[in-house]
Design a protein. Structure first.
Length: 400
């Protein structure tokens, strides 16, 4: 397995680095990227604030883990060019790690590493170098947290789940689905009380990990926001007149978001981020109530583009299509495997957040490894159909 993992790591790392001379990357720094803007402010002043390019005050617009990592890199390296290079190599390393972990998951799910190897190469090819966002780190942490929930004890599962949530709170429903499904199996195997002995400490430890940041939000912003506070804003720019399903074509995002509209940024500064988001949440709800048909149409379109992004979103869209199509086949062929069902439900749970906000393919990447594993299994089955001998891929009934 280690040779396969090394090959996958090198594939993910090398392809990410190669995107720079090939000009296939989307690397950027500072304004208008909220995360690196906050990280720069944090490195310069020690304050977590001002994501929109003017003094808007304390923020929870971006999640803290990757922001603090970027701030540390800025603090140490100082010069922007060196910072960007360091973040490129860091994210290339993370892409390699995500690909290299799939054989480990494959061995547990399918009883062999071949689906994970095939899926790992697909995942490596789909990795788009966007180091100003946390998607590569989110992918690795989500994968490790899922492995811990499925294979390890409650302490490991809870700690990794907490780290994952502090990096990407959109993973909450997916992690909860995995914990719930393992808990269900535990109740069946050991009785009701024994089963709940897993879910309670996992939830408690994840909450303990997140609690300091939630408390900070309560003290600084006036409400105990769970990691981020931007739901109202994202709903507002995604659900109104002239809104569209894809982020790249969503007119309100590019004209009414505080990052693009100085008047909106000044309104954030005047109201404070908490009150501003509450106002925009109210605006979004009012529009949805008044336009239920248009909202449902937008949500259906967003669901489609989440799984099958258009080429307007960049070259990785083609690999997402391949992974989605092969993944559907692989998941169906292995549908009797309880772990496959659990992971598929987690992937669907992860997608629900992005049914109500405009889509970009980078939003899906943190969970793409699930469908890449299924796609790898589909590749193995196709290869077997052509008489190509592959490493064993038996489908055990796993014990939780």
């Amino acid at each position: 397995m280690r040779k396969a993992q090394l090959a996958l790591f090198l594939a993910g790392f090398s392809w990410a680095i190669l995107q720079v001379p090939l000009k296939l990357h989307a690397a950027g720094f500072g304004q208008p990227f909220e995360l690196t803007t906050v990280a720069s402010n944090l490195a310069a002043s020690g304050e977590y604030r001002d994501p929109f390019g003017i003094a808007t005050g304390a923020t929870a617009h971006v999640a803290p883990v990757y922001t603090f990592i970027v701030a540390a890199v800025i603090k140490v390296l100082k010069e922007p060019g060196r910072v960007i290079v360091a973040l490129i190599f860091l994210n290339a390393f993370l892409f390699g790690c995500a690909a290299a972990l799939l054989p480990v998951l494959s061995q547990y799910v399918y009883g062999g590493i071949a689906p994970g190897v095939a899926g790992g190469f697909l995942l490596a090819l789909a990795g788009w170098l966007i180091p100003q966002w946390e998607m590569a780190l989110s992918s690795v942490l989500f994968l490790i947290a899922a492995l811990a929930i499925l294979r390890r004890g409650a302490v490991s599962a809870g700690l990794w789940a907490g780290a994952c949530l502090l990096t990407n709170p959109a993973s909450l429903l997916a992690l909860a689905a995995l914990v719930f499904l393992r808990n269900r199996e535990g109740r069946i195997a050991s009785g009701a009380f024994e089963g709940w002995r897993f879910v309670f400490p996992v939830a408690a430890l994840a909450l303990i990990v997140c609690a300091p940041w939630v408390l900070r939000n309560w003290v600084v912003l006036g409400a105990p926001y769970f990691v981020r506070d931007n739901l109202g804003l994202e709903l507002y720019v995604s659900n109104q007149d002239h809104a569209s399903d894809e982020q790249v074509t969503n007119w309100p995002l590019w004209h009414r978001h505080p990052n693009q509209n100085r008047e909106e940024a000044e309104l954030v500064a005047a109201l404070g981020e908490g009150r501003y988001n509450a106002m925009r949440l109210s605006d979004a709800r009012e529009w949805i109530r008044g336009h239920p048909g248009q909202f449902l149409k937008l949500s259906a379109e967003r669901a489609w583009y989440y799984w099958f992004p258009s080429r307007r979103e960049g070259w990785p869209a083609y690999f997402y299509w391949i992974i989605s199509v092969l993944g559907i086949g692989g998941a169906w062929r292995s549908r009797k495997n309880r772990l496959v069902v659990a992971l598929a439900l987690a992937a669907v749970a992860y997608s629900t957040t992005f049914l109500v906000v405009s889509n970009h393919l980078r939003y899906r990447f943190p969970s793409l490894w699930i469908w890449a594993l299924f796609a790898g299994y589909g590749v193995i089955k196709i290869a077997g159909g052509f008489g190509i001998s592959m490493e064993r891929d038996k489908e055990p009934v796993p014990q939780w």
